[in-house]
Design a protein around this ligand. Structure first.
Ligand SMILES: [Zn+2]
Length: 462
């Protein structure tokens, strides 16, 4: 056994009740598990958790896995594919950021899963594609639904003896036709975003639904398997197959960019605000396409919301204001008391060091005849040399502390100017994170509690 405690190889599985996929997930992991020492392998499985609707704490084994990761006890994580880990994109980003932070080697065991990428933006983008793979698989296994959906935007569906029959809903069909024709002419991400927003409103659907419409060849009277189109004779076409194809060609690129933007939104969040009504963390939403996203809370109460942009602007204002109101007297006092305690400890070290040297010198003079070579005496001389070099460091430190104490006024002033004027964006954010204890969002204003409040003049807090 090696000296350091062995890290775990964890296989995590999530098995929904209506699915017998545990064996499949286990089989896929087998060839990896065989390589490991059985003592180091831990298998965690959340059972009977239908769909992916449950919050993290109701998936106890996943929560346990994350605890182990945070304690740096996990070396490798085996999981079938990305959708086993998280219920949505945001949760996935949270989980992978922990995995990346703790340097966990993540292996997706499904044969067609792209490998884990330690760049969080790329991994986030893969996650989106993984979701799409999932959709495709669902569709493939339910061809019937694809050929004869019981409800589809743009058509009136009636049940007949032979299944379902479709007729075009004039108004909605026209919207679909326009959507496809405009999508084929979109060039930039901005245009794509405003297109999605426009049709989201016109169709009274979610953005994801608009995207889904654009991916259905049903509107051209076709369905798709693998890479082949099959004609659906019972479906009156709203668009031509060429129109479908040219819209989808554009979509491929832009959709990827759209999801990258979504991932960046997550990047822009550095403090999670709290709702003033229920006191819980607000949730992050991206529904408003083209904006930076926003936080909202409506847990059994009226809606409380704020855009990320607005929130970040307020955080910026709070930081600037706090720095401008930095209580230099208080800061100076703290610095002096800190330096004084350093000086005291250093003085003690110095006294101890000097005493030790004197003690050895005394021993040398009284016990040994220094004119004759002697191992014992040689050792003591070496000890003195080591102590002298230690003393030298202590004295240097003493000089530095005294220097700081002499120039404390200047130092405090410099800190203040530096903080106020020379901060890069990321430094300012870091500072905000360090300074702000919590941020509570009300309807028209934000309250903020600062750490280290003794350094700030009281008006900042009111
Ligand atoms: Zn709330």
């Amino acid at each position: 056994m090696p000296d350091s405690p062995a890290q775990l190889k964890v296989l995590y599985m999530r098995v929904s009740s209506e699915n017998q996929s545990e064996e499949m997930q286990l089989n896929a992991a087998k060839r990896y598990l065989e390589q490991y020492n059985p003592d180091e392998v831990l298998i965690l499985c959340d059972h009977g958790i239908s769909a992916t609707k449950l919050p993290l704490h109701k998936r106890p084994q996943l929560a346990k896995l994350l605890d182990l990761v945070r304690e740096d006890k996990v070396d490798t994580l085996l999981v079938y594919q990305r959708d086993r880990l998280a219920r949505d994109f945001y949760e996935y980003l949270t989980i992978i950021s922990e995995l990346i932070k703790h340097d966990v080697n993540v292996i997706f065991t499904a044969s067609n899963s792209p490998q884990f990428n330690k760049d969080i933006v790329l991994e986030g983008a893969y996650a989106i594609f993984a979701q799409h793979e999932g959709h495709l698989i669902n569709k493939r296994t339910s061809d019937a639904r694809k050929q004869a959906p019981h409800r589809i935007f743009g058509y009136n569906v009636t049940k007949t003896e032979n299944g379902r029959s479709y007729s075009i809903n004039e108004q909605r069909g026209e919207l679909v036709k326009q959507l496809f024709s405009e999508a084929a002419n979109v060039e930039t991400l901005e245009e794509f975003l405003s297109l999605l927003t426009k049709y989201k409103k016109l169709m009274k659907r979610k953005v994801e639904d608009v995207l889904k419409i654009l991916k259905q060849p049903f509107y051209a009277g076709y369905y798709m398997t693998q890479n082949e189109y099959h004609r659906l004779p019972h479906v009156p076409a709203i668009i031509t197959l060429d129109e479908y194809k040219s819209a989808n060609k554009k979509l491929e690129q832009l959709e990827k960019q759209y999801y990258e933007l979504k991932a960046k939104t997550q990047d822009n969040v550095f403090i999670r605000p709290i709702c003033f009504i229920c006191n819980s963390e607000m949730s992050l939403k991206m529904n408003t396409v083209g904006t930076e996203g926003y936080f909202l809370c409506n847990r059994n109460h009226e809606l409380v919301d704020i855009s990320i942009q607005q929130l970040n602007r307020m955080i910026d204002e709070i930081v600037t204001e706090a720095l401008n109101n930095l209580n230099t007297n208080e800061l100076e006092k703290k610095c002096i008391s800190f330096l004084t305690s350093l000086k005291k400890a250093n003085d003690q070290d110095k006294t101890a060091c000097l005493q030790a040297i004197r003690h050895i010198e005394y021993k040398l003079c009284t016990t040994y005849n220094l004119s004759k070579p002697c191992n014992e005496a040689q050792k003591l001389l070496e000890e003195i040399r080591a102590l002298e070099s230690k003393l030298n460091n202590i004295v240097q430190k003493e000089q530095k502390i005294n220097e700081c104490l002499r120039e404390i006024n200047e130092l405090v002033r410099l800190i203040q100017v530096m903080l106020r004027e020379n901060l890069e964006d990321h430094e300012r954010r870091l500072l905000a994170k360090m300074m702000i204890k919590n941020l509570i969002v009300h309807h028209d204003y934000v309250t903020c509690e600062l750490f280290f409040h003794e350094f700030f003049k009281s008006e900042v807090l009111t």
